[in-house]
Design a protein around this ligand. Structure first.
Ligand SMILES: [Zn+2]
Length: 70
């Protein structure tokens, strides 16, 4: 039961991300990094179309998150 709820929560977050990606597609900011404003690589977009950050910023963010957890 808990597992199903978690799964549903994850699904809704993904749906929200897809919605946001479509919005960005409409206003022309799709594929632009939220953080630095550079273009997100096409390969990265193909692997993760809902991403809002380029690989450099995402890596930095993940490293910071890891640092905060410790
Ligand atoms: Zn960036």
């Amino acid at each position: 039961m808990n597992f199903m709820l978690r799964l549903r929560g994850r699904e809704q977050r993904l749906l929200k991300k897809i919605d946001e990606a479509l919005e960005r597609l409409e206003d022309g900011t799709f594929g632009i990094c939220d953080d630095c404003g550079n273009e997100i690589g096409l390969k990265r977009l193909e692997a993760r179309p809902v991403t809002t950050m380029c690989i450099e910023c995402k890596t930095l963010q993940e490293e910071e998150e890891k640092r905060r957890e410790v």
